[in-house]
Design a protein around this ligand. Structure first.
Ligand code: GDG
Length: 454
């Protein structure tokens, strides 16, 4: 009897890890129905015995988790992945901090992971590798004689060529990416930036098949979660009813948090009539706290929050609530539904699932308004949002004002357009389209998928 196909997910972290992040929430939703193996780092740092693989099962998903040594993890994760690739891919060359030693650590961990995965593989596995931590993983697998089909999906943006060329070792990284059979991107801009860079720097290399697969959510399930009675009523409908603006982001410099706070301060400055009637709730759990740029951001943000509270607040009204504690999704969804405005203004973002979750959570009869950065991948799909330049505080403040006063009729019309997009490109479609294309790939270098437009 022929063995059933199995999908093998390879990602930096296994889903056991409790951390805020789009990759885990996006993929876990997608894996409910398929026999699959998820392989990655357990989150555990150990000096010795780094060859142990812990295996456990969750329904149809088996998780294989490996520990890393503190030194390997520091060079691979903090050093190269988050000290070079993350800032550069988000167009923040000023924050990029390269060291040869970190780069070697990055390659070593990729090689180590490939070696640990090899004995777990079966002949009919389809291997689907995720994100910038694992750009050279396919090449390491091929060197070890792993022949199964391998695809890669980049969750973050791909930088435009003039920025990408500044990344040390970019040519080696491009060559390594070309060892995959299928490269998936969030938007057509990302895909074409990759292809343009390869044509410019590696004209002789054979490009793998590339495609565009904007990650989605499960809108119906999120809607159900959002309808649940909220554990917290943020803005009770009493005499002093306050209109809520909600933002939820990992505390990351790509998410545009200081710029957002400045735009909100400007709104309060220019519209004193809103005082007492509006409140911004910012949920921002810290992440990557070992990377220096993140500690600096946290200091800047808490100072700005203090300024807004001190300047505009009074004994009866707090214009801002700033919360670092992480909340799980079931808790978040009813909160999204209470907010008149979902404020999602990253400076650059691969997709941004919070934008899609906010829309999915709304009451169709009386929905809130999404204010969305043009530089989030989600902006290529969600044209019912008020699209803004997050670097322009005046523009963001004006969009907030417009959202707060928008008629119910217009809110409904905008919501309906976005709801249809969420349903037409949901998380299950994302997974099945990608895997179908990975199965079908013949080694052509033509783009396979066109963007699912709004
Ligand atoms: C990367 C790319 C891309 C749950 N509790 C909290 C929280 N969550 C969930 C949210 C959402 C996810 O985490 C955050 O996803 P995003 O897409 O907004 O952002 P990244 O973590 O940067 O994800 C991104 C994504 O991968 C998927 O491809 O869309 O562009 O950067 O599902 O519900 N999030 C926060 N606080 C919580 O307490 N911030």
């Amino acid at each position: 009897m022929e063995m059933q196909e199995r999908v093998v997910i390879v990602a930096n972290r296994t889903p056991a890890a409790k951390s805020a992040g789009g990759l885990a929430s996006g993929l876990l939703d997608a894996l409910k129905r398929q026999p699959s193996l998820w392989f990655g780092w357990s989150g555990e740092l150990r000096e010795e015995d780094s060859n142990t693989v812990q295996l456990f099962s969750r329904n149809r998903l088996t998780v294989a988790a490996i520990p890393l040594t503190p030194d390997a993890h520091n060079r691979y994760y903090n050093g190269f992945a988050n000290g070079v690739l993350w800032p550069a891919f988000h167009h923040r060359l000023d924050l990029m901090c390269f060291s040869e030693d970190d780069y070697l650590g990055y390659l070593e961990v990729n090689q180590h992971m490939a070696a640990q995965l090899r004995p777990l593989l079966r002949e009919r596995d389809l291997i689907w590798v995720h994100d910038y931590h694992l750009l050279p993983f396919a090449g390491m697998c091929r060197q070890l004689g792993i022949t199964q089909r391998m695809g890669f999906f980049l969750h973050i943006p791909f930088p435009v060529p003039c920025v990408a060329q500044a990344i040390p070792r970019i040519d080696e990284l491009l060559d390594a990416m070309c060892d995959y059979d299928l490269l998936g991107f969030q938007t057509e801009d990302d895909r074409s930036a990759f292809v343009a860079l390869c044509r410019e720097r590696r004209p002789e290399i054979r490009l793998p098949t590339t495609g565009v697969y904007p990650i989605g959510v499960d809108p119906h399930e999120l809607q159900r979660e959002a309808e649940a009675a909220p554990l917290v009523e943020l803005w009770p409908e009493d005499d002093h009813h306050i209109q809520g603006i909600l933002s939820v982001d990992r505390l990351d410099y790509t998410k545009g948090l200081p710029e957002r706070f400045k735009a909100y301060a400007l709104l309060l400055e220019e519209h004193p009539e809103l005082h007492g009637h509006v409140q911004l709730v910012q949920i921002a759990p810290p992440s990557r706290t070992d990377v220096p740029a993140y500690a600096e951001l946290r200091r800047e943000l808490t100072a700005l929050a203090g300024q807004i509270l001190g300047r505009h607040g009074d004994l009866e009204w707090q214009p801002l609530r700033y919360v670092e504690r992480q909340h799980d999704r079931a808790m978040l969804m009813p909160l999204y539904r209470q907010a008149r405005v979902g404020l999602v203004t990253p400076l650059k973002d691969g997709m941004n699932l919070v934008a899609k979750e906010y829309v999915a959570a709304q009451d169709p009869d009386d929905p809130g308004v999404l204010v969305l950065s043009r530089f989030a991948g989600a902006a290529s799909q969600l044209d019912g949002a008020l699209l803004v330049n997050p670097h322009d505080p005046g523009e963001v403040a004006e969009a907030m004002r417009q959202a707060l006063s928008m008629s119910r009729e217009e809110r409904r019309a905008r919501y309906r357009r976005m709801w249809e997009v969420l349903c037409a490109s949901d998380i299950n479609g994302w997974r099945t389209r990608y895997l179908k294309d990975l199965r079908a790939v013949q080694g052509s270098s033509e783009p396979l998928a066109t963007p699912l437009s709004a």
